[in-house]
Design a protein around this ligand. Sequence first.
Ligand SMILES: [Ca+2]
Ligand SMILES: [Ca+2]
Length: 267
Amino acid sequence: MRHATVLLVLLAACDSGSVSIDDTDTITDTTDDTDTVTAPAFVDETCDGNVEGVFDPYPEVASVYPIGSAATYPWPGEDFEGYTDGQLIESSDDLGHSDHLDVTKGQLDARYAGEFHRGFADDDLFIALARGLDGQLRVGWSDVAVSGLGSVAAWKPAVEDWSGLNLIVRYQSSDDFYFASLRYDGEVSIKRKHCGTVDVLAQDTFGTMNTSQWYDLRFVAEGTTLTFEVDDQEVLTVDDDTLSWGSAGWYTSHAEAWLDAWSIAAP
Ligand SMILES: [Ca+2]
Ligand SMILES: [Ca+2]
């Protein structure tokens, strides 16, 4: 059944404005399972097969990659100071444009706001992952804190309750990662996407999420504990042992979003 579900999600993603990442509860699995799908090499062999179109930054077997804390494998960070106003940093059309990050959905631009130099993303679905390297090999962070400043300038017409600013940890593929969300509906949540299925691990009421307000977001993975902080306050924590390492970064949905001070550090 998983093949069919993933195919539907991928098909949905082909429509402009559709989002394949979040609560796909309403997707009805109507296809049969007789299609033969050739699965690419995939790091998470616990999943029951994977289809083409899944983005996998770790295409070889997991043992190939340097796995460790962000203390062992640092990432230089992105403060958006080194660009001209309007400069393209990367888009998902060309993942080779910037070496230190991968924009796997949408586009990331540098944009000036007066004296401040920020990142800007305004796609319905935007994902950017830090790309840590050890020699030529992509690093997988185990214990890691991803943090950054985010501000929604305006919501897109397709905004949903769950739209908002999100941070990602332990991203092993576009089907396998954790994300923490500060949401349009005033909720905060920590969710797990594994084998293409999204599950809520923790959720609570945060309060109104204002536009044109900067939020200081931090998502920590340490051992099996995931913790989400907003403006230096812990808002959610939960234990889950499904994913133990991966990349980390930003995900925004249905937002014209300003980003800054993107950091990867030890918890
Ligand atoms: Ca890149
Ligand atoms: Ca900056």
